[in-house]
Design a protein around this ligand. Structure first.
Ligand code: SAM
Length: 247
């Protein structure tokens, strides 16, 4: 592969350790029948290994230099698209499993884009900053419990599979990482995503206040004026209670 200078602005920290690369690939539950979507293939650390054993793999890479390098030596069932993941229309992508060593600067927007999309995904496997992964799997009454926790646990069942040290990347990042599995939660797919996300965002903007001081008429919540929930702080309200409140 030609010389490539990593770009900080695109979160380019490439996996270089073959043990970790193999561990990641073997943790992804997929078969020859699955259609994979990879976000940010970079230099292809996991791309070819996954593509060789899947029905197809579509990879979206923002860096035209990297995407041109990858295009040169990929098999026919691997398609490399040079584009910004945040700008592509996921409706045009045929995939049931999404994977990626994510560009950490846009982890939350990537996850929210997937939850909101019409893409018929079943599983997601993402490498991300450990601190973000801990917020995703958090529980009520913890400091790490917030908007990201609720959105992730309503629209999926997230599970941290393992943690990864910074030494397996080049350049070496300043943070620890975690590999997280997301199983789509079909139970709540009828929820109005935009309304749910907007309401959770507004409520958690005032996370230290009691719920009665975080809500307004416009939210049209399912709540009785005598409800005990009104006296609770957002960080003490469970996922089920939020669904009941907003749905
Ligand atoms: N998968 C490679 C690996 O594990 O070595 C690279 C991972 S690196 C953390 C993130 C990759 O995402 C980079 O290749 C970067 O160029 C790409 N990227 C950053 N922002 C992107 C975006 N908005 N859309 C698509 N790719 C993006």
């Amino acid at each position: 592969m030609n010389k490539h200078t990593p770009k900080k602005k695109w979160g380019q920290n490439f996996l270089i350790d073959s043990n970790i690369i193999n561990k990641i690939v073997s943790s992804i539950d997929f078969t020859k029948n699955d259609r994979l979507l990879e976000i940010g293939p970079g230099k292809g650390a996991i791309t070819k290994k996954l593509g060789e054993n899947a029905k197809s793999l579509t990879a979206i890479e923002i860096d035209s230099k990297l995407s041109n390098m990858l295009k040169k030596d990929c098999k026919k069932n691997i398609e490399i698209i040079n584009d910004d993941f945040m700008k592509i229309d996921l409706e045009n992508i045929d995939a049931n499993i999404i994977v990626g060593n994510l560009p950490y600067y846009i982890t939350t927007p990537i996850l929210f884009k997937i939850f909101q999309s019409k893409l018929d995904w079943e599983k997601g496997y993402f490498l991300m900053q450990k601190e973000v992964a801990e917020r995703i799997v958090s529980l009520p009454n913890k400091k790490s419990y917030g908007r990201l926790t609720i959105m992730c646990q309503v629209f999926s069942s997230p599970k941290i599979l393992f943690n990864i040290s910074p030494n397996v990347f080049r350049p070496v990042p300043k943070v620890d990482s975690s590999f997280v599995e997301f199983t789509r939660n079909k139970k709540y797919e009828t929820i109005d995503y935009i309304r749910f996300e907007n309401t959770i965002r507004k409520i958690f903007n005032k996370r230290r206040k009691k719920l009665k001081n975080c809500i307004d008429e416009g939210m049209q919540l399912n709540i009785d004026s005598k409800s005990e929930l009104l006296e609770k702080r957002p960080e003490n309200i469970s996922i089920e209670e939020f669904i009941q409140l907003i749905n």
